[in-house]
Unconditional design. Structure first.
Length: 558
């Protein structure tokens, strides 16, 4: 990204973006247009229109442009990826190029040098350009290959990023290297959170989890299963010869000069070979800030108030993949100040946070959560984060730390905030310790966010709305939306948003805990105290048009 771009300077002059923000954010984005669009919350179409007015460059609506019309001689994958531009059509010695930043003159000069043509630039919608580039590169280097087509990959040049940890490879493995690199890059582009490589008796499939839902993306020849798993294991620094036991590793993939993404890799022996699951660990997700996670204003205030306390315990609960890690890391980033000593015990350490002392749990070396926590308390801590409370010993030490002047953050696998309290009691933690040490519990789920470009109004009968849980006095004000699907999204959804149940331990709830009350009693009192449960929070997200009622029903098990 060119930080001296005239486009960037223009938006700074106009006051639409702060120069300090540019310095902080420049490492996170690959292009000037992406930075402006994400930091200023400017729609891609609006950005293109402003570029047209400011720089007198013609606007082109690329939405319906057919990328298959682009001549093969013009497809310079490295330049397209690096500069985020797209060659459209050649007329004589003139080449028309689509760009979201019409001031990236270096990019146009590189294209002119590469093609020997004179470039004419048209400005296009940033988001539409993203989609067209993806369509073009998917069409020219797609993942659905026959065995004969796969062999031809050996002639492809492996573009950066290619410097992935691993050992020297035999030339016969070049197609495998290219193919795996393409899959990883495709997963990052599509915003996947997990990749699944799955061998079966007669087929092999690759699936991406996008916005919480698995989609089949590729089906390479079954005969390549062992070579694919071997390549991934080499990249992850795992034992290639060991195929009978599960293994865990990591890959660091360099995306740009300044940005890299980690993959957490897990292998599992199955009936027909090794299944491999890779989780994408993007450190930028931990830097999102609390405002974009989806907390309602009153829920955000409760969380922020709890973080400001010098002691006590904050518990984040929910199933695997519900966003607990991002919520915890967001809280840790808020607390991460030079005057605080923060230590975390995690299994595994998913994202590295500068300024925080992170410890990897290793049971083989007797480095358990409980032992790590004991060591933390001898290290003069202010804030302690325990990845998960799994047993009574860890729970007791955590609670003792919360009672002796430390702020403790941790997670539990429970379905709701009230159930978290009864879970601790069932573990054997005394009721008076639970009531006196825990200050806040956050139960959460992740719901798919409706695509703002194509969501369509949905009308349901009043009786159905009441049955779903909406307040009958507000039915006239409710406007629900349903997914439709377009070029900018996946099945009508784009991104995810958190749905939260944030429950403060009030004196009334503490009394129920002390007398051995159950989770139903706690839930009833919490609701009367104004703490919305997951269902009500989800319905509010649907009523606000953020997600659909069908999606709320999916994640809250209605």
């Amino acid at each position: 990204m060119n930080i001296n771009s005239p486009l960037l300077r223009k938006f700074i002059t106009l006051g639409r973006i702060d120069a300090e923000t540019v310095k902080l954010k420049q490492r996170e984005y690959n292009s000037t247009a992406e930075l402006i669009s994400k930091s200023c919350q400017i729609d891609g179409h609006e950005l293109a229109e402003q570029c047209t007015d400011l720089f007198r460059v013609p606007y082109f609506d690329i939405k319906d442009f057919d990328v298959s019309l682009i001549s093969e001689e013009l497809i310079k994958e490295k330049l397209i990826r690096e500069h985020h531009i797209l060659p459209l059509i050649k007329k004589g010695r003139k080449l028309y190029i689509a760009a979201s930043d019409p001031t990236d003159y270096g990019a146009f000069e590189n294209f002119e040098f590469s093609t020997g043509l004179s470039c004419e630039v048209v400005v296009v919608d940033y988001n539409q350009l993203e989609n067209k580039i993806e369509q073009l590169l998917d069409a020219t280097g797609g993942l659905h290959l026959s065995e004969d087509e796969f062999k031809e990959l050996g002639d492809l040049e492996t573009e950066k990023p290619k410097d992935i940890s691993g050992s020297d490879e035999d030339k016969d493995d070049a197609p495998i290297i290219v193919y795996i690199n393409k899959i990883l890059m495709d997963a990052i582009k599509k915003g996947a959170s997990d990749l699944h490589f799955e061998p079966y008796e007669h087929r092999y499939r690759v699936r991406f989890r996008i916005d919480g839902i698995l989609h089949e993306m590729a089906s390479p020849p079954n005969s390549l299963a062992s070579r694919l798993s071997a390549r991934i294991k080499v990249m992850s620094r795992l034992d290639i010869a060991e195929k009978r036991k599960p293994q865990d590793g990591r890959i660091k993939l360099k995306i740009t000069e300044r940005k890299s993404i980690d993959f957490r890799v897990s292998t599992l022996p199955t009936l027909w070979g090794e299944k491999i699951v890779m989780r994408i660990l993007d450190s930028s997700s931990a830097m999102l800030g609390i405002d974009v996670l989806g907390y309602e204003p009153e829920q955000k205030k409760l969380y922020m108030d709890a973080l400001e306390q010098p002691q006590g315990m904050i518990l984040v609960t929910g199933p695997t993949g519900s966003g607990k890690t991002v919520s915890l890391y967001t809280g840790l980033n808020i607390l991460n100040q030079p005057e605080r000593n923060i230590s975390t015990a995690e299994d595994p350490v998913e994202i590295n946070l500068e300024g925080i002392n992170q410890v990897q749990i290793n049971p083989k070396a007797d480095m358990t959560f409980a032992n790590a926590l004991k060591a933390f308390l001898r290290q003069d801590p202010d804030v302690v984060m325990v990845g998960e409370i799994r047993d009574l010993e860890t729970a007791e030490i955590s609670i003792k730390a919360a009672q002796t002047g430390h702020l403790v953050l941790s997670t539990l696998h429970t379905n709701s905030a009230p159930e978290t309290l009864t879970r601790l009691l069932n573990m054997g933690v005394p009721a008076y310790n639970v009531a006196s040490s825990i200050s806040l519990i956050i139960a959460q789920r992740l719901a798919r966010r409706l695509c703002p470009k194509c969501k369509t109004p949905e009308k349901l009968p009043d009786e159905e709305l009441i049955r779903q849980g909406f307040d009958k006095d507000t039915l006239s004000e409710i406007q629900l939306f349903a997914p439709k699907g377009c070029d900018s999204c996946t099945e009508g959804y784009k991104g995810r948003v958190g749905i939260y149940e944030v429950m403060q331990i009030t004196p009334e709830i503490a009394q129920i805990i002390m007398r051995g009350g159950n989770s139903l009693e706690i839930a009833e009192v919490a609701l009367k105290s104004g703490f919305n449960n997951l269902r009500l929070s989800g319905l509010k997200k649907a009523a606000d048009g953020v997600t659909s009622l069908a999606e709320v029903n999916r994640v809250t098990s209605f």
